[in-house]
Design a binder for this molecule. Sequence first.
Ligand code: NJP
Length: 238
Amino acid sequence: DKQVAIITGASRGIGKEIAFQMAEKGVRLSIAGSSEQIHKTKEELVDKGYTNVFSFTADVSDENEIDHVVQATKNAYGKVDILVNNAGIGGFKSLEDVTVEEWKRTYEVNVQGVFLASKAVLPIMKKQQFGTIITVASDVSRYTIPEGGALYTSTKYAVQGFMGSLAQEVRKDGIRAGTVNPGMVDTYFANGTQGDPDKADWLKVQDIAEAVVYMAQAPKHMLIDEMHIHPLVQEYPR
Ligand code: NJP
């Protein structure tokens, strides 16, 4: 019986690679992103022969949109085994320059988005008595970003706490919850460009996707609650 996964933020970057690696493992997919680009990702998957994929333009911070993704997935495939909360945004600037709007929006996407998608899959996973929820967080940013990381880092610490607590709450239902915490990854994050030669030493999207797939497909009796993965060139004091 093939697994079913919902991946948020799969238009590009880490989420897109997770989609490709899961598809390669035979996982049936629902992928979501806030822009139309998500449908291009679906087309690329289908072109490679991975035909079990639905794409949704859905903003993770919008309850109705994310509920629709989850319900449509359940209706189409009959179950949801894996949720990957990967969608996230961030920008780096001195705290004095951060506006209340930027503060709220970053929390809406990075924290409320994780809450809403997790909340939506829980009734399905509880009924199944099985499921894995993985959030792409970040903890190294607390120590390694010299300037301007306070807002972004605070959202990622919020989800770290959220996921840890959720893991305890849902363990009795056979549901696993955990985080993957990357260091610097070569993606489009914070207005970057994936493939930029200046980021040659950074982690690749493949490195993080492999970790997520491993966590999601670990034997049912195993809970991996946190993974921390850094490029060798980046310090990781804790
Ligand atoms: O970034 P990027 P990453 N609703 O910009 C989507 C974390 N992380 O792959 O909305 C739904 O290439 C967007 O699609 P679209 C990071 O915090 C990264 O690096 O269609 N989707 C795109 O697919 C984040 O949680 C690094 O434009 C939304 C995707 O999110 C995760 O890794 C280090 C959305 C972003 O792709 C993936 O980011 C670290 C919304 N409201 C943690 N807003 C790093 N790169 O160094 C955006 O520790 N998306």
